[in-house]
Design a protein around this ligand. Structure first.
Ligand code: PMP
Length: 332
């Protein structure tokens, strides 16, 4: 193997993910619908990019010293990324998340050596919310850094500097639209700002799950949530620092049922096993394709692997308990 084909270390494996054409959605819309395979990052999600950027930024600012501790509140994937980067760079991790997140994410975090603090889900205004709990733990722990992925813009900078240029290069600049859902907003705002820097003509679409307030914010200027969603990692009800100034041109709202339909179609027809936020993103990409018309190229994100949700999304009993339809693929 040529020397330049060897990654210098494991962290160099983060990013430079492949872009895959989605056959079914492309044929259904007459557009090219392409998806960035973020589940192929070493930690299995798009959040590896933010984790690496946040820790590198903190090191450069002298906010964390060797032997230090990284504390974060997360839906799980950022925690997994931080634990991996922390292990590689010599930091311990304390991860706070709600006990409603998938068992697989909890088990993965423990296996990676993170100290896991599970809390019940609450409103963001409640001081016991997992984000506030993580901030408090960081304040009370000597040598600790609060990663603060929601309002630390090193998160979106990772996407401005890596994801957007990768998409531009991989499409040869032939891209008409980009859309994805929002957790912190790092991906949507970062890729949006990054692509707009290449061309103002790229249409940036927000894809919002129910239970989040951003669809109404971008459509009507009002932060108002309606309904609910079981999707993990997405669903935001405030304008985080990462989301502030996101160049959103259009917006869509996607139900869990529509997202699940795409998850199953990707699995059954394309051989791609992804989580619900990815299915919601693909439904959003189809909506954007319909808005822009045939012949366009639309890019979205496959955020993490479905194998992170075997006990939930791919478990008929769990789907039934959540009132979601059980796809025929899972019954055979
Ligand atoms: N999907 C999943 C599964 C996630 O974990 C996250 C991150 N919370 C997102 C989507 C959203 O990414 P971002 O934080 O960049 O908005």
């Amino acid at each position: 193997m040529a020397h330049d084909m060897i990654a210098p270390d494991a962290l160099a494996l983060i990013g430079n993910t492949p872009l895959v054409r989605l056959k079914g959605p492309s044929e259904a819309t007459g557009c090219e619908i392409l998806a960035k395979c973020e589940f192929m990052n070493p930690g299995g999600s798009v959040k590896d990019r933010a984790a690496l950027a946040i820790i590198t930024d903190a090191e450069e600012r002298g906010l964390i010293a060797p032997g230090g501790i990284i504390v974060e509140g997360t839906a799980g994937n950022t925690g997994i990324g931080l634990a991996l980067v922390g292990n590689a760079r010599g930091y311990r991790t304390i991860i706070v998340m709600t006990d409603t997140q998938s068992q697989e994410k909890q088990d993965t975090l423990r296996a990676l050596g993170a100290e896991l603090v599970l809390v019940p889900p609450t409103a963001y205004s409640n001081p016991a919310h997992y984000v506030h709990t993580s901030r408090r733990i960081a304040e009370e722990t000597p040598g600790a850094l609060w990663a603060n992925q929601f309002d630390n813009t090193a998160n979106r900078l990772a996407h401005i500097r890596t994801t957007a240029p990768e998409i531009w290069a991989q499409t040869g600049g032939r891209i008409d639209g980009f859309t994805c859902a929002v957790g912190t907003g790092g991906t949507l705002a970062g890729v949006g700002l990054g692509l707009k820097a290449f061309s103002e003509d790229v249409v940036i679409g927000l894809t919002d799950p129910y239970g989040a307030a951003l669809f109404n914010y971008f459509a009507h200027g009002e932060l108002k949530a309606e309904g609910s969603s079981v999707a993990e990692g997405i669903g935001q009800s405030r304008i985080t620092a990462n989301l502030d100034g996101a160049p959103v041109d259009t917006q869509f709202r996607v139900s869990d049922e529509e997202g699940l339909e795409q998850v199953i179609a990707l699995l059954g027809s394309e051989g791609l096993c992804v989580g619900l936020s990815s299915g919601i993103n693909v439904a959003g990409a189809i909506a954007l394709a319909k808005e822009l018309g045939p012949g366009k190229t639309i890019v979205t994100i496959l955020c993490d692997s479905g194998m992170r949700y075997l006990s939930s999304l791919f478990n008929p009993a769990w789907l039934e308990a959540k009132g979601l339809p059980v796809p025929a693929l899972l019954r055979r």
